[in-house]
Design a protein around this ligand. Sequence first.
Ligand SMILES: C[S@@+](CC[C@H](N)C(=O)[O-])C[C@H]1O[C@@H](n2cnc3c(N)ncnc32)[C@H](O)[C@@H]1O
Length: 211
Amino acid sequence: MTLSIRDFYGKVWGEYADPVHHPITARALSAQECAVDRRIRAAGPRRVLDLGCGPVPVVRVRSAPLVVAADLVFDMLVHLKTSRRGPGVCLDACMLPFRGRSFDFIWCGLLIDHIEAPESWIEELSRVLAPGGTLGMACWDRTVLPAGRYPGNRRMRYTTADGEELSVPSFPTWAAALRELEQRDPGMEMESFSIVPDEYVLQIAWARSRS
Ligand SMILES: C[S@@+](CC[C@H](N)C(=O)[O-])C[C@H]1O[C@@H](n2cnc3c(N)ncnc32)[C@H](O)[C@@H]1O
């Protein structure tokens, strides 16, 4: 069954990071957490946005004076409030309900695949990023992922813990996002983490806005 992005994550968020059913996701989250923490320590931002945070936000609450967790799925954010301090905002990442220059650091973990128009999205992220701020994003390397995971390169297949076969819109937008980021910051940096050798490789791009 193909679901909308909101309905898909509304259905699976409870098991998304379960290390028993989804050990690869759990490992990817911990790799992201370390990489993001290192960058935050180096940059020392005051206001951080974890966009498309999912059920287990990787930005630690105490890593900055303000850490906002934001996602499309309302019920998941409500649940998150039971175990995590700090604001949670239900929003669409393509139309951010924030004033310009609101954040010094924006993290988007495994969100880009769900964004169909990366150029205008990065424009929107740049609007809310303060001068000199850091924008980071992570994406799986599709070229090495198991065949059949992205039918038609427009959807991602997913099997729930109960064995239900689902699919959700997922687009090959990483390369276009990198081009856009590099135009804005020619010094853009890349990192790569082998989560399952030769299969699941997590790529991270870091770009700075102009001061
Ligand atoms: C693959 S999960 C990533 C979760 C977590 N950041 C991680 O790295 O594992 C994608 C998350 O992005 C959220 N998402 C997808 N499209 C979104 C949008 N347009 N606006 C806000 N959140 C969105 C989903 O609800 C989901 O929680």
